[in-house]
Design a protein around this ligand. Structure first.
Ligand code: PLP
Length: 380
């Protein structure tokens, strides 16, 4: 028997409470009961986004939210700045291309964070840049970009907005939208929100709503203005993903019960424990300087087949982790700790890593990684 468990940075495990909530009969979305539910969810989302503004909800994966952010704020021929330090940064560039938005890219070595000064220089060199597109947590490399510092730079420019893909960041580490002055923040259900895939969330600052007023790119399903008007009546423009919204209410309750600060502290501890364990085993981290607390990307040591290492996690022990994408294929493994994760999950993942490395003939002292993780987990 092999018990399968998700250790991937999306989809992530779904708590039993949330699964049970979603198992009830499907409500009708034009009923008062749904409107009541939606009202509660709207408030809960504002708490997690740390914003007073409306958080829009779409029945789509996170990429839908990214696409909407492009086509609702820009017009044909507009210029954008795109930070590309991984697969999801590349996605911003692909979206700009599809919508006829010119862009300058800042290419960052995969595994490193962008230096804010490069953004400042690019904006100074081209003041017509209307939007800066970036990830808070670049899931393909496990890097956290310095969003607070970048927001300071963009905030000073009335003609530019900062669009943050926080799909694997929101609910993991501090990213207070209003306090930091982030203009668009996007997230998705299958990450720290502890839900199955299928919902995208997007919040806009007042400044970004001003851009929406002027945008002429085509949009239909992802029409932010229409969606906001509906949301304010506790409705949605089209049939919502009703059962997921029911699950979302439960997941938001869990986040509120724990408290956002403690949610961040938990993620931080789990991430530190994972990183220290990898180092204790003599392994290198892909992003040692600016790691995201959502997941840990570990370099596959020389002489070990990365694809076989990843496959062994699932085939031998039932743990579904992630490998590397594009240029990192076969070169890293990614162990997630975002959402419904607790200390013993990390011990399990680290122990599994030790067992597999030993089975693959890598010189590893069993228990060394586990000990390092336990030291972190028991520290103040
Ligand atoms: C940082 C980031 N951006 C974008 C996406 C794309 O989201 P989705 O697959 O939900 O469309 C992901 C998903 O893994 C992600 O982690």
């Amino acid at each position: 028997m092999i018990k399968k468990q998700l250790f991937s940075p999306g989809p992530t495990p779904v708590p039993e409470r949330v699964l049970l909530a979603m198992a009830g009969p499907v409500l009708h979305h034009r009923d008062p009961a749904y409107e009541e539910l939606f009202q509660e969810v709207r408030e809960g989302l504002k708490y997690v986004f740390q914003t007073k503004n409306e958080v829009l909800l779409f029945a789509s994966s996170g990429t839908g939210g990214m696409e909407g952010a492009v086509c609702n704020t820009l017009s044909p021929g507009d210029h954008a700045l795109v930070v590309i330090g991984g697969k999801f940064g590349e996605r911003w560039g692909e979206l700009c291309k599809v919508y006829g938005v010119d862009f300058t890219s800042i290419d960052v070595i995969w595994g490193e964070a962008v230096e804010p000064v490069l953004i400042e220089k690019a904006l100074d060199a081209n003041p017509s840049i209307k939007a800066v597109f970036i990830q808070a947590s670049e899931t393909s490399t496990g890097v956290m970009h310095p969003i607070k510092e970048i927001a300071e730079i963009v905030k000073r420019r009335d003609g530019t907005i900062l669009v943050v893909d926080a799909i694997s960041a929101l609910g993991v580490f501090e990213l207070p939208m209003d306090t930091w002055g982030l203009d668009i923040v996007i997230s998705g259900s299958q990450k720290a929100f502890m839900l199955p895939p299928g919902l995208a969330f997007v919040a806009l600052s007042d400044k970004a709503w001003g851009f929406v007023e002027k945008s002429t790119l085509p949009k239909y399903y992802f029409n932010f203005k229409k969606e906001r008007a509906n949301a304010q009546k506790n409705q949605s423009q089209f049939t919502p993903a009703i059962s997921l919204v029911v699950g979302l209410r439960e997941a938001l309750k869990m986040i509120k019960e724990e408290g956002l600060d403690d949610v961040f502290k938990r993620h931080k501890k789990l991430a530190q424990a994972t990183r220290e364990a990898a180092k204790a085993l003599g392994l290198d981290l892909l992003a040692p300087k600016s790691p995201s607390d959502a997941l840990t990307a570990i370099k596959v040591p020389d002489g070990i087949d990365g694809k076989k290492l990843k496959a062994a996690f699932e085939d031998r022990y039932g743990l579904i982790i992630a490998g590397g994408q594009s240029q990192l294929s076969g070169k890293i493994i990614r162990i997630a700790h975002l959402g419904y994760f607790q200390p013993l999950d990390i011990i399990q993942a680290v122990s599994t890593l030790e067992l597999i490395l030993k089975e693959m003939g890598y010189p590893v002292e069993l228990g060394k990684g586990v000990k390092a993780a336990e030291e972190v987990l028991t520290s103040e």
